[in-house]
Design a protein around this ligand. Structure first.
Ligand code: GLA
Length: 388
């Protein structure tokens, strides 16, 4: 891969030495399953052909030195006590993984590394998870240790939750680690061993459309939505007397029976998550039948549910989805990821992907005056590590 070669020469230039190992991890798109991961529900995602590569070598001592090509910055942290860096935030994704690997008993040493990426930043395709997962694979090659792919994803999620301080679910790190070429990843977030790869089919393409809307991605808002979901789950557990630990356990029937007693906003959050889980299952069934039109319907319904019930869309995402409606070749589209900005993901007839993207760009520009970024992306294999 070209990006690995670029990373190797970047290392040589910046550290005047040859690199010995690399980790390479893709970004991801959420195709269906919005805010279902931390509710122990279902997700359908893909690793995409945009990657982070971390490459470098082991050095004696306890210092970890990393250079980011994107920011043209070099940072050092100590292996013994990695501290959160408030100035150069990107290094926290590496330091967090170092911290969590050590906490799970892995013996590491000092290293020098470069971080190279073609994952768009701030677009909602998980460049941060890709750095974390690439770091784990790089370190696994440099200081060999045994760890399953699921455990690597969980360790990277712990880095994000406990070190970086973002309370995300498992979607991003798992998708980056578990991708499969031309397949979507179906995961039951209650049991990470229940993963399946569903063929996307040669007739379908994924088109990512970055709204380029600048919103302060309210991490506080993400956490509040999470808390709302947990509160709603507690309510249904009390009302039904059933074993309900998360919204995943609430049936649509029980929702309809009891939701009237919930404050309206909590009821809306719950309805989004409960129906979204059903949409993931319906979408998979449609894909298995080769029914891309029905899969598209599920995706568009997911967006409407985000917009109307969960409240995690924004003006630009709604405009982008509205612009996509009726363009030849489009099956369906929705916001992808946390929401409040970032990308929409469009399921498109493969032979019309380019004309679709062109038309969507024009329509969005005309409506908003903003310059969107369009990416035709391919589902790819998950993260790897290798020797240089
Ligand atoms: C962000 C989080 C994920 C997931 C999505 C919404 O991307 O990092 O864990 O919750 O939002 O589905």
């Amino acid at each position: 891969m070209k990006l690995i070669d670029t990373a190797k020469s970047c290392f040589e230039k910046n550290f005047c030495a040859k690199s010995t190992a690399y980790g390479c991890a893709p970004g991801r798109v959420e195709v269906l399953g919005n805010h279902t991961d931390y509710n122990e529900g279902f997700i359908l995602s893909a690793a995409i052909d945009r990657h982070v590569v971390i490459c470098g070598r082991a050095v004696p001592g306890e210092n970890c030195v990393a250079y980011s090509a994107a920011f043209d910055k070099r940072e050092t942290f100590s292996l013994r006590a990695p501290q959160k860096n408030t100035e150069n935030f990107w290094v926290n994704y590496l330091a967090g993984v170092v911290d969590q690997l050590q906490k799970s008993g892995v013996a590491l040493g000092g290293f020098e590394a470069v971080v190279i990426s073609d994952v768009p930043l701030g677009a909602g395709v998980s460049s941060s998870a890709a750095i974390e997962v690439a770091t784990a694979y790089f370190l696994k090659k440099l200081f060999p240790f045994e760890m399953t792919t699921e455990r690597i994803a969980l360790t990277c999620q712990a880095a994000e939750n406990k070190f970086v301080g973002v309370n995300c679910g498992i979607l991003d790190q798992f998708s980056s680690a578990m991708g499969k070429q031309d397949h979507l990843i179906f995961l039951d977030c209650r049991d990470l061993s229940k993963v399946e790869h569903i063929p996307l089919g040669s007739g379908a393409a994924l088109v990512l459309a970055n709204t380029c809307a600048k919103h302060d991605l309210a991490e506080g808002t993400y956490n509040r939505l999470r808390e709302d979901c947990f509160a709603a789950a507690r309510f249904f557990a009390d009302q039904t007397g059933k074993q309900i630990s998360h919204l995943r356990d609430v049936t649509l029937k029980d929702f309809e029976k009891y939701a009237g007693e919930l404050p309206p906003d909590l009821a809306q959050r719950a309805r989004h998550v409960i129906t979204e889980n059903l949409r993931v299952l319906a979408g998979i069934a449609a894909l298995r039948r080769g029914d891309l039109a029905e899969m598209g319907v599920c995706m568009s319904a997911s967006h409407a549910s985000s917009r109307d019930d969960f409240g995690n869309s924004c003006k630009e995402l709604d405009i982008m989805t509205a612009c996509a409606a009726g363009i030849s070749g489009g099956y369906g589209c929705r916001l992808s990821g946390g929401g409040f900005g970032g990308c929409t993901i469009n399921l498109v007839q493969a032979n019309k992907a380019e004309s679709f993207a062109r038309e969507l760009k024009n329509r969005y520009e005309e409506k908003t005056g903003l310059q969107p970024e369009l990416y035709l992306c391919r589902a790819v294999d998950g993260a790897i590590g290798g020797s240089c």
